[in-house]
Design a protein around this ligand. Sequence first.
Ligand code: NI
Length: 167
Amino acid sequence: MAILEIIQYPDPRLNTPAKRVEKIDAATRKLIDDMAETMYSAPGVGLAATQVDIHKQIIVIDVSEDHSDLRVFVNPEVTRREGVAVNQEGCLSVPGIYDNVERAESVTVTALDRNGARFTLNASGLLATCIQHELDHLQGKVFVDYLSDLKQNRVRAKMKKRQRKAA
Ligand code: NI
């Protein structure tokens, strides 16, 4: 396995919409495994392929505390949204920035798993938030996009300053 480089906001590659995965082959499974390892090592609770500059509809999520609940979503689609919940979110592509985002409180999602089997999942709470956050990535959207223009400008300035320092 390998740790992949995570693209940092406001890199425009984060705005690339992901394409559907046509076939889950050995290369797809290797990518899934590398994404999981990258997420765990960050550490984070979710990662979309978009964030490692691969524009395919693949998400990995594990909201457990002991890394025991890895969930893989290939070509995910939300078929039900219910309720409203506001939660503080962060993102591995926007490290150190956290803010409230309003989303559906519960969702139903259908997707393919690592073996290409279709499944349907009803999720609420942190898992539902995480699924919606990662699905946004596949559409080229980052949670910062939900914040006010003022906040977005602040986040952008902070990130650019940090990237200049690191360079
Ligand atoms: Ni994110």
